[in-house]
Design a protein around this ligand. Structure first.
Ligand SMILES: C[S@@+](CC[C@H](N)C(=O)[O-])C[C@H]1O[C@@H](n2cnc3c(N)ncnc32)[C@H](O)[C@@H]1O
Length: 238
């Protein structure tokens, strides 16, 4: 049994449940995708067949968004879950130059992939400990061409209890706003309470620790590009 097999993502139905509720549970998910596309348009459009790596691709939402603005890109999508990869295959039917790799991030470290221009990930790397995150960031850096970029959309650990309490309120307010808009009544309090449960589910680290890790590895232009409570988008350039 691999480390990934011990997580809830390996359970049948868990991924599906996430996908059905992602727009409610993830604060400003559509805005995050819009900012990612803006980043791509600003820094990567114009490259000849931009090579994209999508880590923890889920149903391929990020790659799908990028294809909408650049039909010429080539994409490699990695996920530990066969079910999620199948959903991504379904979603991306019709696009060319796509490769799917079933591997946990721990396994990926021993997998030989080519060079990329853009590595993206959303809400997946927080399942790794800080030391595993650092190893994955090193792997990303070594698989980026010079001038390539890494962008990670992530749940980050608040630096203090006071901030955490406010961020949880912000999250609650977002969910209530979305539910009211959609006429739904599900109870997501459990999600908010348990978001940083330790163990095999989430291994959250502060934004500062993750930015420091990127800087230590040698990434340039390291910054947080967007933040709303516990949800952040950050990255850097090789
Ligand atoms: C919250 S979903 C996000 C999916 C997609 N990126 C999105 O934004 O909708 C997290 C994804 O990461 C994958 N994942 C979680 N831990 C992983 C690991 N250690 N190795 C590889 N994939 C992992 C899960 O299978 C799942 O598809």
């Amino acid at each position: 049994m691999t480390e990934f097999d011990r997580t809830r993502w390996a359970e049948k139905g868990f991924g599906e449940q996430y996908l059905e509720t992602a727009d409610i549970r993830v604060v400003e998910r559509k805005r995050l995708l819009a900012i990612l596309k803006s980043f791509y348009r600003h820094f990567l459009v114009g490259k000849q067949q931009c090579r994209v790596l999508d880590l923890g691709c889920g149903d391929g939402v990020l790659t799908n968004e990028l294809f909408r603005i650049d039909g010429s890109l080539s994409a490699t999508l990695v996920d530990g879950s066969e079910d999620m990869l199948n959903k991504a295959k379904e979603r991306l039917t019709g696009f060319k130059n796509i490769r799917f790799v079933k591997a946990s991030f721990q396994e990926l470290l021993h997998t030989d992939l080519p060079y990329f221009d853009f590595v993206v990930s959303a809400l997946a790397i927080h399942h790794l400990t800080l030391s595993e995150k650092k190893s994955l960031f090193e792997y990303i850096y070594s698989h980026l061409d010079a001038g390539g970029y890494f962008v990670n959309i992530e749940v980050v650990l608040p630096p203090s209890e006071a901030l955490e309490s406010w961020y949880q309120n912000l999250w609650r307010e977002w969910i209530i706003e979305k539910q009211t808009e959609l006429g739904l009544e599900d109870d997501y309090e459990g999600t908010i309470r348990s978001y940083k449960e330790k163990g095999h589910y989430s291994k959250l680290d502060t934004l500062t620790d993750q930015l420091d890790a990127l800087n230590d590895i040698g990434f340039r232009d390291v910054d947080c590009f967007y933040k709303y409570g516990i949800f952040a988008m950050y990255g850097g350039k090789k």
